[in-house]
Design a protein around this ligand. Structure first.
Ligand code: UTP
Length: 474
Protein backbone atom coordinates (compact mmCIF):
# COMPACT_ATOMS: atom_id res chain seq x y z
CA UNK A 1 0.00 0.00 0.00
CA UNK A 2 2.71 2.47 1.10
CA UNK A 3 4.88 1.17 -1.77
CA UNK A 4 2.11 2.07 -4.21
CA UNK A 5 1.96 5.51 -2.66
CA UNK A 6 5.70 5.93 -2.93
CA UNK A 7 5.60 4.91 -6.60
CA UNK A 8 2.77 7.30 -7.31
CA UNK A 9 4.58 10.20 -5.64
CA UNK A 10 7.87 9.29 -7.26
CA UNK A 11 6.34 9.34 -10.73
CA UNK A 12 4.73 12.69 -10.09
CA UNK A 13 7.85 14.26 -8.64
CA UNK A 14 10.34 12.81 -11.08
CA UNK A 15 8.61 14.54 -13.96
CA UNK A 16 9.23 17.88 -12.32
CA UNK A 17 12.73 17.17 -11.03
CA UNK A 18 11.71 17.00 -7.36
CA UNK A 19 12.09 13.31 -6.49
CA UNK A 20 14.68 14.23 -3.83
CA UNK A 21 11.68 15.02 -1.59
CA UNK A 22 11.32 11.27 -1.03
CA UNK A 23 14.90 11.00 0.24
CA UNK A 24 13.84 9.92 3.73
CA UNK A 25 10.72 7.98 2.73
CA UNK A 26 12.05 4.58 3.70
CA UNK A 27 12.86 5.72 7.24
CA UNK A 28 9.46 7.33 7.87
CA UNK A 29 6.63 5.66 9.78
CA UNK A 30 3.15 5.44 8.26
CA UNK A 31 1.86 8.65 9.87
CA UNK A 32 4.88 10.58 8.63
CA UNK A 33 4.49 9.17 5.14
CA UNK A 34 0.84 10.16 5.08
CA UNK A 35 1.79 13.65 6.22
CA UNK A 36 4.45 14.12 3.56
CA UNK A 37 2.27 12.61 0.83
CA UNK A 38 -0.55 15.00 1.78
CA UNK A 39 1.73 18.01 1.43
CA UNK A 40 3.16 16.84 -1.89
CA UNK A 41 -0.23 16.05 -3.39
CA UNK A 42 -1.68 19.41 -2.37
CA UNK A 43 0.73 21.17 -4.71
CA UNK A 44 0.15 21.65 -8.41
CA UNK A 45 3.83 21.01 -9.19
CA UNK A 46 3.90 21.78 -12.92
CA UNK A 47 2.13 25.08 -12.27
CA UNK A 48 4.36 26.00 -9.33
CA UNK A 49 7.52 25.16 -11.26
CA UNK A 50 6.36 27.21 -14.18
CA UNK A 51 5.92 30.11 -11.76
CA UNK A 52 9.36 29.49 -10.38
CA UNK A 53 10.85 29.89 -13.81
CA UNK A 54 8.65 32.67 -15.13
CA UNK A 55 7.88 34.78 -12.05
CA UNK A 56 9.48 38.18 -12.14
CA UNK A 57 11.80 39.33 -9.44
CA UNK A 58 10.60 42.83 -10.34
CA UNK A 59 9.38 44.89 -13.28
CA UNK A 60 11.25 45.00 -16.59
CA UNK A 61 13.32 48.06 -17.54
CA UNK A 62 11.22 48.49 -20.63
CA UNK A 63 7.97 48.62 -18.61
CA UNK A 64 9.50 51.08 -16.16
CA UNK A 65 9.93 53.60 -18.95
CA UNK A 66 6.18 53.48 -19.60
CA UNK A 67 5.04 54.14 -16.02
CA UNK A 68 3.16 57.30 -15.22
CA UNK A 69 1.74 58.34 -11.83
CA UNK A 70 -1.85 57.21 -11.29
CA UNK A 71 -4.38 59.97 -10.57
CA UNK A 72 -6.11 59.92 -7.19
CA UNK A 73 -9.02 61.68 -5.55
CA UNK A 74 -8.03 64.19 -2.87
CA UNK A 75 -8.82 63.58 0.80
CA UNK A 76 -10.67 66.89 0.91
CA UNK A 77 -12.72 67.73 -2.18
CA UNK A 78 -11.63 70.84 -4.06
CA UNK A 79 -13.97 71.19 -7.05
CA UNK A 80 -17.67 71.84 -6.59
CA UNK A 81 -18.41 68.57 -8.39
CA UNK A 82 -16.26 66.64 -5.93
CA UNK A 83 -17.84 68.45 -2.96
CA UNK A 84 -21.24 67.27 -4.11
CA UNK A 85 -19.95 63.79 -4.92
CA UNK A 86 -18.23 63.35 -1.53
CA UNK A 87 -21.37 64.41 0.35
CA UNK A 88 -23.42 61.88 -1.63
CA UNK A 89 -20.75 59.23 -1.09
CA UNK A 90 -20.79 59.65 2.69
CA UNK A 91 -24.55 59.15 2.68
CA UNK A 92 -24.19 56.16 0.39
CA UNK A 93 -21.54 54.61 2.63
CA UNK A 94 -23.77 55.05 5.67
CA UNK A 95 -26.70 53.50 3.82
CA UNK A 96 -24.55 50.52 2.79
CA UNK A 97 -23.52 49.93 6.40
CA UNK A 98 -27.06 50.33 7.71
CA UNK A 99 -28.33 47.90 5.08
CA UNK A 100 -25.79 45.29 6.21
CA UNK A 101 -24.06 45.17 2.82
CA UNK A 102 -20.52 45.59 4.10
CA UNK A 103 -18.22 42.87 5.45
CA UNK A 104 -14.82 43.19 7.12
CA UNK A 105 -11.88 41.20 5.81
CA UNK A 106 -8.53 41.02 7.59
CA UNK A 107 -5.52 39.22 6.20
CA UNK A 108 -3.59 37.67 9.05
CA UNK A 109 -1.83 34.71 7.48
CA UNK A 110 1.66 36.21 7.28
CA UNK A 111 4.70 35.05 9.20
CA UNK A 112 5.51 38.38 10.85
CA UNK A 113 9.21 37.57 10.74
CA UNK A 114 10.35 41.20 11.05
CA UNK A 115 8.41 41.76 14.27
CA UNK A 116 9.81 38.55 15.70
CA UNK A 117 6.86 38.07 18.07
CA UNK A 118 6.10 34.56 19.24
CA UNK A 119 2.48 34.11 18.17
CA UNK A 120 0.10 35.28 15.45
CA UNK A 121 0.69 38.99 14.81
CA UNK A 122 -2.96 39.78 15.49
CA UNK A 123 -2.49 38.66 19.09
CA UNK A 124 0.29 41.21 19.65
CA UNK A 125 -0.57 43.53 22.60
CA UNK A 126 -0.44 46.81 20.74
CA UNK A 127 -2.11 49.44 22.93
CA UNK A 128 -0.18 51.41 25.48
CA UNK A 129 -2.14 51.03 28.72
CA UNK A 130 -4.57 48.13 28.37
CA UNK A 131 -2.27 46.15 26.10
CA UNK A 132 -5.15 45.27 23.84
CA UNK A 133 -4.20 43.03 20.97
CA UNK A 134 -4.53 44.08 17.34
CA UNK A 135 -7.47 41.67 17.02
CA UNK A 136 -9.19 43.24 20.04
CA UNK A 137 -8.74 46.74 18.62
CA UNK A 138 -10.41 45.62 15.38
CA UNK A 139 -13.16 43.71 17.17
CA UNK A 140 -14.04 46.74 19.28
CA UNK A 141 -14.13 48.95 16.18
CA UNK A 142 -16.57 46.51 14.63
CA UNK A 143 -18.68 46.58 17.80
CA UNK A 144 -18.78 50.38 17.74
CA UNK A 145 -19.72 50.53 14.06
CA UNK A 146 -22.42 47.89 14.18
CA UNK A 147 -23.99 49.61 17.17
CA UNK A 148 -23.97 52.94 15.33
CA UNK A 149 -25.64 51.49 12.23
CA UNK A 150 -27.88 48.98 13.97
CA UNK A 151 -26.46 46.08 12.04
CA UNK A 152 -24.20 43.04 12.29
CA UNK A 153 -20.94 43.17 10.36
CA UNK A 154 -19.55 39.78 9.34
CA UNK A 155 -15.78 39.54 9.81
CA UNK A 156 -13.65 37.24 7.67
CA UNK A 157 -10.15 36.54 8.91
CA UNK A 158 -7.60 34.84 6.71
CA UNK A 159 -5.03 32.81 8.59
CA UNK A 160 -2.54 30.22 7.40
CA UNK A 161 -1.46 26.80 8.60
CA UNK A 162 1.24 28.43 10.70
CA UNK A 163 -1.20 30.40 12.86
CA UNK A 164 -4.76 29.20 12.24
CA UNK A 165 -5.31 27.18 15.40
CA UNK A 166 -3.55 29.73 17.64
CA UNK A 167 -5.71 32.49 16.15
CA UNK A 168 -8.95 30.61 16.66
CA UNK A 169 -7.96 29.68 20.20
CA UNK A 170 -7.12 33.32 21.01
CA UNK A 171 -10.55 34.50 19.94
CA UNK A 172 -12.25 31.71 21.85
CA UNK A 173 -10.29 32.37 25.05
CA UNK A 174 -11.29 36.02 24.80
CA UNK A 175 -14.97 35.29 24.12
CA UNK A 176 -14.62 36.85 20.68
CA UNK A 177 -14.15 40.25 22.33
CA UNK A 178 -17.89 40.72 22.59
CA UNK A 179 -18.68 39.82 18.99
CA UNK A 180 -20.80 36.79 18.21
CA UNK A 181 -18.74 33.72 17.40
CA UNK A 182 -21.00 33.13 14.36
CA UNK A 183 -20.22 36.49 12.80
CA UNK A 184 -16.52 35.65 12.50
CA UNK A 185 -15.26 33.21 9.90
CA UNK A 186 -11.66 32.06 9.97
CA UNK A 187 -10.16 30.37 6.96
CA UNK A 188 -6.66 29.40 5.90
CA UNK A 189 -4.87 30.49 2.78
CA UNK A 190 -2.79 28.25 0.54
CA UNK A 191 0.85 27.37 1.14
CA UNK A 192 3.70 27.15 -1.36
CA UNK A 193 7.07 25.37 -1.15
CA UNK A 194 10.35 27.25 -0.89
CA UNK A 195 13.01 26.33 -3.43
CA UNK A 196 16.75 26.14 -3.08
CA UNK A 197 18.16 29.31 -4.66
CA UNK A 198 20.89 27.64 -6.68
CA UNK A 199 19.18 24.56 -8.05
CA UNK A 200 15.45 25.17 -7.93
CA UNK A 201 14.85 22.11 -5.72
CA UNK A 202 12.03 22.28 -3.16
CA UNK A 203 13.37 22.29 0.40
CA UNK A 204 12.46 19.94 3.25
CA UNK A 205 12.23 21.29 6.79
CA UNK A 206 11.93 17.81 8.28
CA UNK A 207 12.20 14.31 6.80
CA UNK A 208 8.40 14.25 6.55
CA UNK A 209 7.73 17.89 5.81
CA UNK A 210 8.29 20.40 3.03
CA UNK A 211 9.46 23.91 3.85
CA UNK A 212 6.13 25.57 3.14
CA UNK A 213 5.07 29.17 3.63
CA UNK A 214 1.84 31.11 3.10
CA UNK A 215 1.25 32.06 -0.53
CA UNK A 216 0.98 35.82 0.02
CA UNK A 217 -1.97 38.11 0.69
CA UNK A 218 -2.88 37.66 -2.97
CA UNK A 219 -3.78 34.12 -1.91
CA UNK A 220 -6.90 35.75 -0.45
CA UNK A 221 -8.91 35.51 -3.62
CA UNK A 222 -8.70 31.77 -4.03
CA UNK A 223 -9.00 31.21 -0.29
CA UNK A 224 -12.16 33.33 -0.10
CA UNK A 225 -13.68 31.12 -2.78
CA UNK A 226 -12.43 27.71 -1.67
CA UNK A 227 -13.27 28.27 2.01
CA UNK A 228 -16.88 29.09 1.22
CA UNK A 229 -16.43 32.67 2.52
CA UNK A 230 -17.67 34.15 -0.76
CA UNK A 231 -20.79 32.00 -0.66
CA UNK A 232 -21.31 32.96 2.94
CA UNK A 233 -21.10 36.63 1.98
CA UNK A 234 -23.58 36.14 -0.83
CA UNK A 235 -26.01 34.42 1.52
CA UNK A 236 -25.71 37.37 3.91
CA UNK A 237 -26.32 39.97 1.20
CA UNK A 238 -22.79 41.40 1.31
CA UNK A 239 -21.86 43.46 -1.75
CA UNK A 240 -18.74 45.18 -0.49
CA UNK A 241 -15.67 44.14 1.45
CA UNK A 242 -13.57 46.41 3.61
CA UNK A 243 -10.05 44.97 3.50
CA UNK A 244 -7.20 45.68 5.89
CA UNK A 245 -4.01 44.07 7.07
CA UNK A 246 -3.61 42.75 10.57
CA UNK A 247 -0.77 45.09 11.43
CA UNK A 248 -2.50 48.49 11.27
CA UNK A 249 -4.38 49.38 14.48
CA UNK A 250 -5.29 52.85 13.17
CA UNK A 251 -7.24 51.51 10.19
CA UNK A 252 -10.52 53.34 9.59
CA UNK A 253 -12.35 50.08 9.26
CA UNK A 254 -15.52 51.43 7.73
CA UNK A 255 -14.84 54.74 6.07
CA UNK A 256 -18.22 55.88 4.72
CA UNK A 257 -16.61 58.21 2.16
CA UNK A 258 -14.41 55.43 0.81
CA UNK A 259 -17.23 52.87 0.73
CA UNK A 260 -19.63 55.34 -0.88
CA UNK A 261 -17.21 56.53 -3.57
CA UNK A 262 -16.37 52.92 -4.40
CA UNK A 263 -20.04 52.21 -4.94
CA UNK A 264 -21.07 55.44 -6.69
CA UNK A 265 -18.13 55.33 -9.11
CA UNK A 266 -18.71 51.67 -9.95
CA UNK A 267 -15.26 50.53 -8.84
CA UNK A 268 -14.38 46.84 -8.56
CA UNK A 269 -11.45 47.46 -6.26
CA UNK A 270 -10.59 50.76 -4.62
CA UNK A 271 -7.46 51.78 -2.76
CA UNK A 272 -6.46 54.33 -0.18
CA UNK A 273 -3.30 56.27 -0.99
CA UNK A 274 -0.99 58.12 1.37
CA UNK A 275 1.18 60.95 0.20
CA UNK A 276 4.71 59.69 0.66
CA UNK A 277 6.70 61.45 3.36
CA UNK A 278 9.74 61.54 1.11
CA UNK A 279 11.07 59.88 -2.03
CA UNK A 280 12.58 57.01 -0.07
CA UNK A 281 9.57 56.03 2.00
CA UNK A 282 9.03 52.31 1.48
CA UNK A 283 5.47 52.16 0.19
CA UNK A 284 4.23 50.64 -3.06
CA UNK A 285 3.58 53.23 -5.77
CA UNK A 286 0.30 53.75 -7.58
CA UNK A 287 1.20 53.88 -11.28
CA UNK A 288 -0.46 53.51 -14.63
CA UNK A 289 1.14 51.12 -17.07
CA UNK A 290 -0.45 51.49 -20.50
CA UNK A 291 -3.51 52.95 -18.82
CA UNK A 292 -3.89 50.09 -16.32
CA UNK A 293 -3.58 50.78 -12.61
CA UNK A 294 -0.75 48.89 -11.05
CA UNK A 295 1.26 49.08 -7.84
CA UNK A 296 5.02 49.02 -8.21
CA UNK A 297 6.96 48.04 -5.13
CA UNK A 298 9.38 50.49 -3.62
CA UNK A 299 12.30 48.16 -4.32
CA UNK A 300 11.43 48.06 -8.02
CA UNK A 301 11.34 51.83 -8.50
CA UNK A 302 14.63 53.32 -9.74
CA UNK A 303 15.80 56.55 -8.07
CA UNK A 304 15.09 58.40 -11.26
CA UNK A 305 11.36 57.75 -10.77
CA UNK A 306 11.40 57.98 -6.97
CA UNK A 307 12.79 61.49 -7.13
CA UNK A 308 10.96 62.64 -10.24
CA UNK A 309 8.97 65.85 -9.71
CA UNK A 310 5.86 67.15 -11.40
CA UNK A 311 5.18 70.67 -12.62
CA UNK A 312 4.21 71.78 -9.12
CA UNK A 313 7.55 70.57 -7.75
CA UNK A 314 5.93 67.66 -5.85
CA UNK A 315 7.09 64.07 -6.10
CA UNK A 316 5.46 62.79 -9.28
CA UNK A 317 5.04 59.27 -7.83
CA UNK A 318 3.86 60.48 -4.43
CA UNK A 319 0.79 58.27 -4.02
CA UNK A 320 1.90 55.37 -1.82
CA UNK A 321 -0.12 52.32 -0.87
CA UNK A 322 -0.92 51.52 2.79
CA UNK A 323 -2.68 48.32 1.62
CA UNK A 324 -6.20 49.52 2.45
CA UNK A 325 -8.85 48.50 -0.04
CA UNK A 326 -12.56 48.31 -0.66
CA UNK A 327 -13.40 45.38 -2.90
CA UNK A 328 -16.67 44.33 -4.52
CA UNK A 329 -17.70 40.77 -3.82
CA UNK A 330 -18.77 40.47 -7.48
CA UNK A 331 -15.20 41.25 -8.55
CA UNK A 332 -13.77 38.40 -6.51
CA UNK A 333 -16.52 36.11 -7.80
CA UNK A 334 -15.46 37.00 -11.33
CA UNK A 335 -11.74 36.67 -10.66
CA UNK A 336 -12.12 33.22 -9.17
CA UNK A 337 -14.80 31.84 -11.49
CA UNK A 338 -12.01 30.10 -13.40
CA UNK A 339 -8.45 29.47 -12.22
CA UNK A 340 -7.05 32.82 -11.17
CA UNK A 341 -3.96 33.67 -13.19
CA UNK A 342 -2.14 36.13 -10.96
CA UNK A 343 1.62 35.86 -11.33
CA UNK A 344 3.42 35.28 -8.06
CA UNK A 345 6.46 37.35 -7.14
CA UNK A 346 9.82 35.81 -6.36
CA UNK A 347 11.82 36.79 -3.33
CA UNK A 348 15.10 35.52 -1.93
CA UNK A 349 14.66 34.62 1.73
CA UNK A 350 16.34 32.77 4.54
CA UNK A 351 14.57 29.44 4.96
CA UNK A 352 15.34 26.79 7.57
CA UNK A 353 15.85 23.45 5.87
CA UNK A 354 17.56 20.07 5.98
CA UNK A 355 20.93 20.21 4.26
CA UNK A 356 22.57 17.45 2.23
CA UNK A 357 23.57 15.69 5.45
CA UNK A 358 20.07 15.79 6.83
CA UNK A 359 20.92 18.46 9.41
CA UNK A 360 18.47 21.27 10.09
CA UNK A 361 20.19 24.55 9.24
CA UNK A 362 19.11 28.18 9.77
CA UNK A 363 20.95 30.14 7.11
CA UNK A 364 22.29 33.61 7.87
CA UNK A 365 21.87 34.77 4.31
CA UNK A 366 19.12 34.15 1.71
CA UNK A 367 19.27 30.57 0.51
CA UNK A 368 15.83 30.09 -1.01
CA UNK A 369 13.23 31.44 -3.36
CA UNK A 370 9.75 31.99 -2.05
CA UNK A 371 6.77 32.65 -4.27
CA UNK A 372 4.06 35.04 -3.10
CA UNK A 373 0.93 36.45 -4.65
CA UNK A 374 0.15 40.09 -3.99
CA UNK A 375 -3.40 41.26 -3.51
CA UNK A 376 -2.79 44.44 -5.45
CA UNK A 377 -1.92 42.49 -8.59
CA UNK A 378 -5.67 42.24 -9.10
CA UNK A 379 -5.84 46.01 -9.67
CA UNK A 380 -5.07 45.91 -13.40
CA UNK A 381 -8.03 43.52 -13.75
CA UNK A 382 -10.46 45.81 -11.94
CA UNK A 383 -12.94 48.15 -13.62
CA UNK A 384 -12.87 51.81 -12.55
CA UNK A 385 -10.28 51.25 -9.82
CA UNK A 386 -10.64 54.32 -7.63
CA UNK A 387 -7.80 55.74 -5.52
CA UNK A 388 -8.70 57.98 -2.58
CA UNK A 389 -6.11 59.97 -0.67
CA UNK A 390 -6.18 59.02 3.00
CA UNK A 391 -4.90 60.83 6.03
CA UNK A 392 -1.78 59.15 7.32
CA UNK A 393 -2.12 60.45 10.89
CA UNK A 394 -5.64 59.16 11.19
CA UNK A 395 -5.38 55.79 9.55
CA UNK A 396 -1.91 54.33 9.33
CA UNK A 397 0.30 53.07 12.15
CA UNK A 398 1.69 49.73 10.98
CA UNK A 399 3.50 47.31 13.23
CA UNK A 400 6.08 45.66 10.99
CA UNK A 401 9.46 45.85 12.72
CA UNK A 402 10.61 45.16 16.26
CA UNK A 403 12.16 48.63 16.55
CA UNK A 404 12.40 51.95 14.75
CA UNK A 405 10.02 52.95 11.98
CA UNK A 406 6.78 50.98 11.75
CA UNK A 407 7.35 49.33 15.11
CA UNK A 408 5.14 48.93 18.20
CA UNK A 409 6.72 52.10 19.61
CA UNK A 410 5.93 54.24 16.57
CA UNK A 411 2.46 52.72 16.31
CA UNK A 412 1.70 53.60 19.95
CA UNK A 413 2.93 57.14 19.36
CA UNK A 414 0.55 57.55 16.41
CA UNK A 415 -2.34 56.07 18.41
CA UNK A 416 -1.68 58.55 21.22
CA UNK A 417 -1.43 61.46 18.76
CA UNK A 418 -4.74 60.48 17.21
CA UNK A 419 -6.45 60.20 20.59
CA UNK A 420 -5.16 63.65 21.52
CA UNK A 421 -6.34 65.14 18.21
CA UNK A 422 -9.80 63.62 18.65
CA UNK A 423 -10.06 64.99 22.19
CA UNK A 424 -8.86 68.46 21.20
CA UNK A 425 -11.18 68.59 18.19
CA UNK A 426 -14.01 67.86 20.60
CA UNK A 427 -12.91 70.76 22.77
CA UNK A 428 -11.17 68.74 25.51
CA UNK A 429 -8.11 70.30 27.07
CA UNK A 430 -5.05 68.04 26.81
CA UNK A 431 -1.91 69.25 28.62
CA UNK A 432 1.09 69.60 26.33
CA UNK A 433 4.81 69.60 27.02
CA UNK A 434 7.02 72.52 25.98
CA UNK A 435 7.81 70.79 22.68
CA UNK A 436 4.09 70.48 21.85
CA UNK A 437 3.85 66.73 22.49
CA UNK A 438 1.08 65.47 24.84
CA UNK A 439 1.90 65.55 28.53
CA UNK A 440 -0.27 62.54 29.30
CA UNK A 441 -0.68 58.99 28.06
CA UNK A 442 -4.26 58.51 26.94
CA UNK A 443 -5.88 55.41 25.52
CA UNK A 444 -9.40 55.63 24.13
CA UNK A 445 -11.47 52.49 23.81
CA UNK A 446 -12.18 51.70 20.14
CA UNK A 447 -15.51 50.27 21.30
CA UNK A 448 -16.67 53.85 21.92
CA UNK A 449 -14.34 56.29 20.20
CA UNK A 450 -13.66 56.34 16.46
CA UNK A 451 -13.54 60.08 15.83
CA UNK A 452 -14.05 63.48 17.46
CA UNK A 453 -17.83 63.19 17.09
CA UNK A 454 -17.76 60.11 19.30
CA UNK A 455 -15.84 62.10 21.90
CA UNK A 456 -18.45 64.88 21.73
CA UNK A 457 -21.28 62.37 22.04
CA UNK A 458 -19.64 60.82 25.12
CA UNK A 459 -18.16 63.93 26.65
CA UNK A 460 -19.50 63.03 30.09
CA UNK A 461 -17.03 60.11 30.12
CA UNK A 462 -13.99 62.34 29.70
CA UNK A 463 -12.40 63.33 33.00
CA UNK A 464 -10.05 66.25 33.51
CA UNK A 465 -6.68 65.30 32.05
CA UNK A 466 -3.90 66.20 34.45
CA UNK A 467 -0.30 66.75 33.30
CA UNK A 468 1.73 63.55 33.45
CA UNK A 469 -1.34 61.33 33.90
CA UNK A 470 -2.03 57.92 32.40
CA UNK A 471 -5.65 57.58 31.44
CA UNK A 472 -7.69 54.83 29.85
CA UNK A 473 -11.11 56.04 28.79
CA UNK A 474 -13.62 53.37 27.94
P1 UTP B 1 3.67 41.58 5.27
O1 UTP B 1 4.05 41.69 3.87
O2 UTP B 1 3.99 42.71 6.17
O3 UTP B 1 4.26 40.23 5.86
O4 UTP B 1 2.12 41.28 5.33
P2 UTP B 1 4.22 39.60 7.30
O5 UTP B 1 4.22 38.14 7.07
O6 UTP B 1 3.12 40.12 8.17
O7 UTP B 1 5.56 40.06 7.97
P3 UTP B 1 7.09 39.77 7.58
O8 UTP B 1 7.29 40.31 6.20
O9 UTP B 1 7.31 38.29 7.67
O10 UTP B 1 7.83 40.52 8.62
C1 UTP B 1 1.18 42.26 5.20
C2 UTP B 1 -0.16 41.67 5.60
O11 UTP B 1 -0.50 40.60 4.76
C3 UTP B 1 -0.76 39.43 5.52
C4 UTP B 1 -0.02 39.65 6.83
O12 UTP B 1 -0.58 38.84 7.85
C5 UTP B 1 -0.22 41.14 7.03
O13 UTP B 1 -1.52 41.40 7.51
N1 UTP B 1 -0.25 38.27 4.79
C6 UTP B 1 1.01 38.27 4.28
C7 UTP B 1 -1.06 37.18 4.68
O14 UTP B 1 -2.21 37.16 5.17
N2 UTP B 1 -0.58 36.09 4.03
C8 UTP B 1 0.66 36.06 3.48
O15 UTP B 1 1.03 35.03 2.88
C9 UTP B 1 1.46 37.18 3.61
Amino acid sequence: MMDDLKNELYKMLEQVGQSHLLRYWDSLDDAQRTHLAGQIKAIDWPRVLEWLHTAEGGISKESLSRLVPAPYKPAVPVSQDDKTLYAQAREKGEAMLAAGQVAAFTVAGGQGTRLGYDGPKGTYPVTQLKHKSLFQVFAEGILRTQKKYGTCIPWYIMTSNINDSATRAFFKENSYFGLKAEQIMFFSQGMLPAFDLARGKALLEAPDSLALSPNGHGGSFEALRSSGALDDMAAKGISTISYWQVDNPLIKQFDTLFLGLHSLLGSDMSSKALIKRDAKEKLGHFCLLDGKLTIIEYSDMPDELLYKEDEAGLLAFRAGSPAIHTISRSFIERLTATKLELQPHKASKKVKHLNENGELVSPDKPNAIKLEFFLFDALPLASNPLILEGNRQDEFAPVKNAEGDDSPASSRRYMLDKAVRMLRQAGVNVPLKADGSPDAVIELSPAIFGDADDVKANIAMIPEIKPGSELYIG
